[in-house]
Design a protein around this ligand. Sequence first.
Ligand SMILES: [Zn+2]
Length: 423
Amino acid sequence: MAIKNNPTGDISPHIIRFQDNNYQLTREWLDKEVDAKVRNNDDWRWPTLKFISYQEGHVTLLNTCGNRSHTLMLQVKDGHLLVNCSCSNTGITICEHAYAGLYTIIWHLGERYFEKLQPNGTIALAFAYKNYFDKEETTAGLNVSVRPELKSVFRLAQKLETIDLPAILKLPALPAQEEVSHPAEALGYLVIISYRSKLLPALLPCVGKLNKIGTDIKIFNQFLSGVQKQYSNLVTDSQQELNTACYHLWKMVEKIPGHIIQKEPIQKMEDKLSAIFGAWKKILPLLQKQQFIYSYYLYGLRELKDRPAKKRIQKITLSELLPALRFMLADKGAFYQLQLQVWLNGKLLTGYDAGIAFFIRHQETFYMLSSLRDAAIAEWIHRSGGWITIFKEHFSQFEQEVLMPLRESYTIETSLSKTMRKR
Ligand SMILES: [Zn+2]
């Protein structure tokens, strides 16, 4: 392979204007840039171009045809393509080597390849930032492309022809939802459910740190801190009233056992139980206005000196609906079963939990029972295991002692056994 000498910059390069000043070079345009002698030269056809170097805006390629080679230097400067061949061409237009080389580039790499040669263009940046560009050596020299993860690179990407950003920004618009600022902390309320029913349900305020979007308390401070003066900025008048009510409720709840039905005759406890139930009824409308309500399973009073255990906190809702209690006496063949039904707005509620005094819980929703009597009845059935089984031998006694008095206050429906229905 012979490289003809004179690769020095002594000879000034030939200048090729781009079509429409847009850095594009079509084959037709290139043909117009050379005379017929060059255009029709058969001596140097379809060369291969091997990338040699890129320096200071110059791409140097080894332009080979058969066993002969020249170096071809290309540069884009001041909106023109500068072309230099090592053949010492002094003609008016570019030589046949350069012509065939450019023709090959256009053929393989496209009419827009020369855009990439601009100062601060794709090739310049690809050598400055190696990790963000893919380089590929082809038979038409070096091709370079932006890595796909960069998406559209400013100035390098093809422009959206029609984009007129100032005009777009003048289109009718409405302000989007601004980020609502919320305080870092908030006052939450914890419905205290005592483990093994040592206490009747109570309510305690507790301050905690809000999550980023302000929808939930993610970290609670120590119990009882919510009523301390240092949090006075977090407490509204309505919360102040609620906190006072919580305090009075707590004073009542801590003095008596956690059941409605106790060993003592219920009449003896009625006043205290009614006071607690009544306190809850007054608390409820205030509590329903609060955003942060949780249930908390309290294992022991000692915990109240610390912060609540995260595992036992659950966000809940307190419904305004009042559950209605009814009974179902089901004939199971050998025995009957007395079951409690909870109805909400005329619909039977299934899968409820009656294990919390005064309340029926269904998933994350708490429904407060409408009366202390309902609360006692619900507790009776809950503590009986959910229903009561009556063998037929005992039925007449059960009817006398339970069903007849119960029927005076509650609806009792009966359902026949499957075998009875078949008859
Ligand atoms: Zn030449």
